[in-house]
Design a protein around this ligand. Structure first.
Ligand SMILES: [Fe+2]
Ligand SMILES: [Fe+2]
Length: 175
């Protein structure tokens, strides 16, 4: 599936649409990324977490389609260099890291970073939607996505310090 790019944006509605289309691309790419990470992560808790969020992310894609429909515009994938950079870094780490536990922890940090970026993106879209005066048909799906990114971020963050991760950290930090 291709992407579109942008030449000029001269009003807030167009900026909203641009960011929405970038999110549509991002969420679709993240379904694939989370699927690969669920397979590659050797830690069961992490692997299950990635698989669960992959399924949620499929719903994020559908909710964005609802927003495009409410705007009466076709769903559009717009290139997003932020997502591309995250994916490039993931590929670099996968090539560079041989130790499974090290890769698990690299994934955990990458996933938390991604959720924060998604949260901030939805916050920006919501701010613009409020300023433009869009109704709940547009704002509600954005909020639902945002809230699921936030709870995923919290779950990932809890994993970092969870007792069942302790042996993994211990292995990576020999004294
Ligand atoms: Fe998402
Ligand atoms: Fe997410």
């Amino acid at each position: 599936m291709g992407t579109t790019s942008v030449d000029h944006i001269d009003d807030l509605e167009e900026l909203f649409h641009h960011k929405l289309a970038q999110m549509y691309y991002t969420e679709q790419e993240l379904v694939e990324a989370l699927d690969e990470m669920a397979i590659n992560a050797s830690n069961d808790r992490m692997s299950e977490g990635f698989a669960d969020h992959r399924d949620e992310t499929r719903t994020h894609v559908q909710r964005l389609e609802e927003v495009f429909a409410a705007l009466d515009r076709p769903a559009e994938r717009r290139e997003n260099p932020v997502l591309d950079a995250l994916e490039q870094e993931r590929a670099t780490l996968e090539d560079a890291i041989e130790d499974d536990d090290m890769l698990n922890m690299a994934y955990l940090n990458a996933a938390m970073m991604t959720e924060r970026i998604e949260m901030t993106s939805y916050e920006g879209l919501t701010t613009m939607a409020n300023k433009i005066g869009y109704d709940n048909e547009i704002k509600k799906p954005l909020k639902s996505n945002h809230d699921e990114e936030e709870s995923t971020y919290r779950e990932l963050s809890a994993m970092e310090t969870a007792s069942d991760m302790k042996s993994l950290w211990d292995r990576l930090t020999p004294s």
